[in-house]
Structure formats: C-alpha cells, structure tokens
Design a protein around this ligand. Structure first.
Ligand code: ADP
Ligand code: ZN
Ligand code: ZN
Length: 780
C-alpha cells in the first residue's frame, strides 16, 4: 500500500509554522497551491508549502485537504523561498507572511471555481474537424459561425453567447457526438501563459541594447502592432547614463547596483533602458520597479506605458494599496501568470509573485516608506536585494541620497556604484543655488512675519510671481498649528488618548489628533481657566496658506498634504494643476518633496527644518538631509535656474553647508564616521522587542520577563548580543495603548538572528498584550 501524501500548509496564524493535512487519493496537491482547509471549526485559506510522506502527528488525527485552487498556476518555488526567508529573517510565521501577500480577492474558493469555469475551453476533436464542415445545413449560418470559430481556435466558455444564443446546448450535442472536447487551460498553467506571451511579443528579440537607435528598434520590435508614433522619442544618453545602462545590461547573474544620481540627472531614463534591455532578452522576462509612494505611480505608469506601448495596457500594471480589490487581484494575477511584463508598485509589490522576474529596481531606495511598520515589519528594499540574489538577476537601487546602509555597501564594494553627477542638459538645468536665511537676524531686524515668513523668502517669491514662475514651500507639518495654548494658565491642547498634542485645523474648526482618530471642536474659551484668548503655537501648512493669501493676494496658492488629498484621485488632480501652471505657489509636506518633476518651479523655500537637527533619533539628520536634497531637487529642472532658501536659526550648521555644496558624499562620509565611532548602524545590527498593553506597567513587566528569559539562553552566554533594559517609547501612549521596547544589538548578524529565534520561542501568547519583534528598526 502506498503511503498517503501529506501537505504542509501555511495558514495566517500568529507565529505559526505549517500544518499537516492529508491529501486524499486522486487529489494532486502541489507546492504553491492555494487551498481551503478545515481548521478548528472554520475553513481557512492556506498555501501548500510542501508535499511529503511523513507527519509528526498520527495520520488518523490529520484532516483532509478540501478544496484546491486550480484556477491559476501554483506559486513558484522562488516565491515560496522568498516568503520563507522573510518569515525567518523578520521572525514571523510563514503563513503570516505568505497569505497577506496574496490579494484578498484571490483568497476565495468561490472565485477559484468561477475562474476555473470561465477558463474552460471547447476544442474540436479530430473527428469534429473532419465531420463538422459538412454536417451543418447551409441555412444555419449562426451554427456555421460557431463551428468556424471552434475550428479556428479553442473557444472560451464565457465567450459563447456572443456567437450563438444556444451555443452551450449545441456544443453539448457536438460533445456527445465526439466532435468536441473540453480543456481547462489554467491547470496546464504554463501552456496558457506561453500563448498569451506569444501574442504580446511577436518575435523574441535577442540583440542587446547598444545605443539609442537599437533600443528604439527593440521597442519597435516589442511593438508588434502599435503605431510607430506611440513610441517615445528616446533622448540620447549622457556618457554617465550610457555607462550605467551598459553596466546593468552587462550584468550576468546577480549584481546589486547603487545608482547614485543627483536629482534631475535622469535616473528614470536609466531604469527605462535597463527594463527595455531586460525584456528584449527573453520573451518571458519581467521587471519590477518599486516607488516609495502611491502618488508616484501615475507619473511612472505614464512614462512606462508610453515607452512600452507594445506591451499593451495589460503588459504594464500597478500594485499598491490604493487599487480597488478587483484591480489588485487582476494585476497580481497578471504578474503571477506572466502576462504583465512590467510591474510598478509600492513596497507590497516586493512580495508579489512573478513568472520570470529578471530585473528589480528600487527608486528612491533610501525612503523610510519601504519599511513596513505594522504586521510583518519588512524592508521592501532589502527583500528585493535578497530576491535578486536568490534569482541570480540584477537589482538597481537608485537615489540622490542613498541610505547610509546602501552607501556603506557600495564603499565596501558589495554593491557596484554607478554615478550620475550631472543633469543631462547641465548648461541650462544647472543645480539650484542653496542659501540659508538667518531667522534670528531677520527677527532682530523686524523682517520676519508673525507667521514665520522672512522678507527674503517673500521677496524671492514675489519675483517668481512677477516672472510667471512657480515657488514651492516645504513644511513637513499639516494642519494650521501643531498646538493650541492658553497664555493665562498654560493649558495646551492634548489628546486624551495619546501622548501627543491635538493639532489645530482652522478650516473645519477642529482640534485633531494625528495619531488616533480623536477630534473635537475648537473650544471658545480655555477649558481650564475660561480665558477666551487662546493662541495657536507654531505653524502648519494651513497657516502658511492663510498667511500667503494676505501677503500675496494675487498669487494662486495650492496646498498639497494628507488633508487636501484625502479623496481618492485628488492628489493626482492637484499635481496636474501644478504641472499645467495653474498654480503660482505650492505649499506642501513631504508629499511634494519626492520624485515629482515640476518643470516651472524655480524657487524652493524650506520652513521649519531645524527641529530634526537635534532629534533623539540618530537617523533624523540623515532623513532630513535626504528630504532637503530631494525638495531642493524640485527647483530649476527645465531651462530655468533654481534657488533654494532654507529658513533656519542655525545658518552655519554642517548639514546645511553640505547641502549648499550639493555634497552628499561628503556628508555621508561624515555621518559614516560618526556612526562608526558611536557603534550605531550600519556598523551594528539591531532588533527590538516591542510591547503594547493597556498600562505602561503591563508593557514593561512583559519586557522585564522577556529580558530575564533572554539572559538564560545559551546564545546570550557568549556576550555577542547586547541586551538593553526595557524602556517606554518617546511617544508612550497612542490610542490608549502604552508602548515600550527592548533593544538587542550585535556586531554579528548571525549571532543576533540565532538569539532572536531562540528567544522568540520563549515569548508565547500574552492575552491582551501585543508584542512584536522588529529586525533592523528604522526608529529606536
Ligand atoms: P531623476 O529621476 O534622476 O531625478 P529624471 O529621470 O526625472 O531625473 O530626469 C530629469 C529630466 O531629464 C527629465 O525631464 C528627463 O526627461 C530628462 N532627461 C533624462 N535623460 C536625458 C537625456 N539623456 N537627455 C535629455 N534629457 C534627459
Ligand atoms: Zn487657561
Ligand atoms: Zn490621539
């Protein structure tokens, strides 16, 4: 008697491994298949990770697999390896990683059945081919059309009704006569994919992209049917761009590139050429391009669709959380089945499934947005590097201000550095002049408005207005003012649920917490002493907007922040207004700093950047430098020179001085030395154990207990991992939940991971308390 097969199934359960299920005789379960299985009293969706013959449990205790998804090919071993790695590295259960990575719309047995039905195809048998042409009466023209269609190609079951109103019944008759057979194409997975791909790309193009001319011909060859006019006119690459493209195209197997290009140096063009080269190598090849924010996808999508018109609308797809569930499922499947040749997405796309992923690109690789802060706390950038290595394909990390981690990898030769040091039209699109504006001096001289705008900045903005150019004011704080206060008694607006101030929102008259959903009407008088003279402290974007309406009444002012773009699609509309020149002054938070190519902005004003200079967070200055370099890069991109004015109380701070010299490398070297001396990342590896509880005491007690357990572990004995004492977070309370954490540190990545996995097993469940391990935290 043959042994029954056992499927090891990953389920989305906290910190769990896989669960064993019996595979009934005749059922063909394969690794990577989605399944529906009984779990306790419920049915759960899982993923088969492995099929074997043994189980640690007695067979009679195992439940059978109930429903398997045959609607599309199983997830590939490469994908299973990726989620397996991520689970191990980030200390989570495999199912906690794997299942959320599959769009919810696809984790649905009803959909599997539906999709499978719609994938049934009727094909003419040999007997049918011989008999059908002569068997139909001459007058039955609709039947003839159906027969002709069937003889020409397999007929999709869901396309029948358009051919003949009784098509299904007729086909049943023909099937009974032995003229017609049925196939389900998805089950034979790759055969379908192959055909779809073959339809998209008329012929494989093998020639490497040697220069603009051949890459245009590649694009044309990819464009089997698209009219030639739809192909972008390709710019001639600069020498630096050329060298970068050649290096990426010349990579054989895994290679990690750090594309360090100043803002406006044409990194995007390098990405596009690298993608073109990759797709031209192989008719199945796929490329993934990650961007840090949903808002950046439309711009990129436009350029990709124009450049790769040949791939059709479905050949280039987006994957991010702003899509409807249906779109996301469809796009995910398109990538999984290989129909989508290019995927552009936010961090979640790093965990997408591909048929043949051949090139990975992470734009603005330094962005904190690539780090997921909830659930599986992964770094999408780091996973891309791992994935590229595992697949043996190139990965490109691009930035004007690389993360110190990536910078150090390049310094040590682990990543290959590609430098774009100039803008393509360097004579006209020069780098902006960066100057500091001394706030204290302006104040002494009475040249600072009550809303914190210096006369120097205002004059510069008025000049732009007179010339019909645009100004951008960068202030990374939304709302009107960060806090409302009473001078008489010292009351300040605080959230009762968080250790945070309530932010004043003038527009709708509310005090609002930016950390929980709490909001309340602005009080008419001080809740504590009754004083009616309450004062907003500090400035947010709304306040600057209001101030400008007074001092520059003729200017068309637009604010772009999370408040003004709450509705779906509204950010896109606002950015379109800027691009179309319907705006004179743009005020914005970090949302406007990244990636956007504003052709008419010639002045950037930076308000209130100083607070990050003296933060307790050692990464704050690295982030600030990146942000300011990005936002400065918005100035003077076309043929107009740009200027950046930074309002500050520390006009001689080294960070601003490096910025004025456009000297990222110098600044990075300085930071690197500081971090090395202080034993901080990337010279040391860190992990946090975070706890959340109803009381601070509860959270700390859990961590104290965890600390004691840690100290008894064998892996703790050699002292290679340093354990710090539990501490409350700087923002200790959010939404009535108290937060504390414990830091582990080691110079050895391996020692840290050994310790973490041994420790994790001792932590267990703790009722109302929530805990999580965060590996490589960005904020501590
Ligand atoms: P980055 O992403 O590095 O900030 P972009 O890719 O947005 O820069 O490029 C800046 C501008 O330069 C864009 O308008 C782009 O079309 C243009 N550009 C890029 N490469 C070239 C080139 N080789 N010749 C002329 N213009 C170019
Ligand atoms: Zn008061
Ligand atoms: Zn709150």
């Amino acid at each position: 008697m043959t042994k029954p097969a056992i499927a090891r199934v990953a389920l989305d359960h906290l910190h769990a491994g896989t669960f064993d299920y019996l595979v009934a005789p005749g059922v063909h379960a394969r690794p990577g298949q989605l399944v529906s299985v009984p779990f306790g009293r419920r049915q759960c969706i899982g993923i088969v990770c492995d099929v074997g013959e043994d189980s640690a449990l007695p067979l009679e205790r195992l439940k059978p697999l109930t429903t398997l998804c045959e609607a599309w090919p199983p997830l590939r071993p490469e994908w299973l390896a990726l989620v397996g790695f991520a689970a191990g590295y980030y200390q989570r259960g495999i199912g906690e990683v794997a299942l959320p990575a599959v769009p919810a719309g696809l984790r649905d047995p009803k959909r599997w059945a539906r999709q499978q039905r719609s994938q049934r195809r009727y094909v003419a048998t040999a007997a049918g081919r011989a008999a059908l042409p002569g068997a139909l009466p001459a007058r039955a023209s609709a039947q003839r059309r159906l027969a002709e269609a069937l003889l020409a190609a397999p007929l999709a079951a869901d396309a029948l009704s358009s051919l003949h109103p009784r098509a299904a019944a007729l086909l049943d008759d023909w099937q009974a006569a032995g003229w017609v057979g049925m196939v389900t194409e998805a089950a034979s997975s790759d055969a379908v994919d192959q055909r779809l791909v073959a339809n998209l790309v008329s012929e494989p193009v093998a020639e490497p992209v040697a220069d603009a001319v051949t890459s245009a011909s590649v694009a044309r060859a990819l464009a089997s049917e698209a009219p030639a006019a739809s192909i972008d006119r390709l710019p001639t690459l600069t020498d630096e761009q050329r060298a970068a493209v050649d290096a990426i195209a010349g990579a054989s197997g895994f290679d990690a590139f750090l594309l360090h290009g100043i803002t406006g140096s044409g990194k995007t063009e390098v990405y596009l050429r690298a993608v073109a080269h990759c797709l031209a190598q192989d008719a199945d090849a796929q490329a993934l391009l990650l961007v840090p924010e949903i808002n950046l996808t439309p711009q990129f999508m436009g350029r990709l669709r124009a450049r790769f018109a040949a791939l059709g609308e479905h050949g280039v797809v987006a994957l991010h959380s702003g899509l409807s569930e249906g779109e996301r499922a469809a796009n995910w499947l398109a990538a999984h089945q290989g129909r989508a040749r290019i995927v552009i997405g936010t961090r979640l796309a790093a965990l997408a499934s591909f048929r043949k992923l051949s090139l990975l690109i992470v734009d603005e690789e330094h962005e904190a947005a690539y780090k997921q802060q909830e659930g599986l706390r992964y770094s999408a950038r780091d996973l891309c590097v791992w994935r590229a290595k595992h697949l043996g394909v190139p990965v490109v990390l691009g930035s004007a201000t690389p993360s110190l981690e990536s910078w150090c990898h390049a310094e040590q030769g682990r990543y290959r550095r590609l430098v774009l040091s100039r803008r393509p039209a360097a004579d006209t699109a020069a780098l902006p002049t960066v100057r500091t504006v001394d706030l204290d001096a302006h104040k002494r001289q009475g040249r600072l408005s009550g809303d914190g705008l210096s006369s120097t900045l205002l004059d510069a903005m008025r000049e732009r207005l007179a010339r019909g150019e645009q100004s951008l004011l960068f202030l990374n704080r939304r709302g009107y003012a960060p806090v409302l206060s009473c001078d008489a008694c010292g009351w300040v607006s605080e959230c009762t649920h968080c250790s945070a101030y309530l932010v004043l929102h003038r527009g709708d008259g509310m005090l609002r917490c930016h950390h929980c959903s709490w909001q309340e009407a602005i009080p008419h008088a001080c809740p504590s002493c009754g004083n009616i003279d309450l004062r907003p402290l500090g400035r947010g974007t709304q306040r600057i907007e209001a101030a400008l309406a007074e001092v520059m009444p003729d200017a068309r002012v637009l604010r772009i922040d999370a408040d003004s773009t709450r509705r779906r699609g509204s950010a896109e509309a606002l950015f379109a207004d800027v691009h179309a020149g319907r705006v004179d002054v743009l005020i914005g938070t970090n949302m406007v700093a990244k990636g956007h190519d504003f052709q008419r902005v010639t002045l950037v004003g930076v308000l209130n950047a100083d607070s990050a200079l003296f933060s307790h967070d050692f990464r704050a200055s690295e982030r600030l430098f990146g942000q300011l370099m990005q936002v400065a890069g918005r100035a003077g991109r076309a043929d107009l020179p740009g200027e950046v004015l930074i309002q500050t109380r520390y006009p001689h701070h080294p960070l601003y001085a490096a910025l004025a010299r456009h000297d990222y490398a110098g600044y990075a070297r300085m930071l690197t030395n500081e971090r090395r001396d202080a034993h901080l990342p990337p010279f040391i590896h860190q992990a946090l154990l975070k706890a959340e509880a109803r009381t601070l005491e509860g959270a700390l007690a859990f961590l104290e207990d965890a600390a004691a357990r840690f100290d008894t572990l064998d892996v703790a004995a050699d002292g290679r991992v340093v354990r710090y004492a539990p501490v409350p977070l700087a923002m200790v309370k959010i939404n009535d939940t108290y937060r504390a954490q414990l830091l582990l540190e080691s110079a050895s990545r391996q020692a840290l991971h050994l310790a973490l996995s041994a420790w994790r097993d001792t932590l267990g469940g703790h009722g109302v308390l929530r805990w999580a391990i965060e590996v490589d935290p960005l904020e501590i």
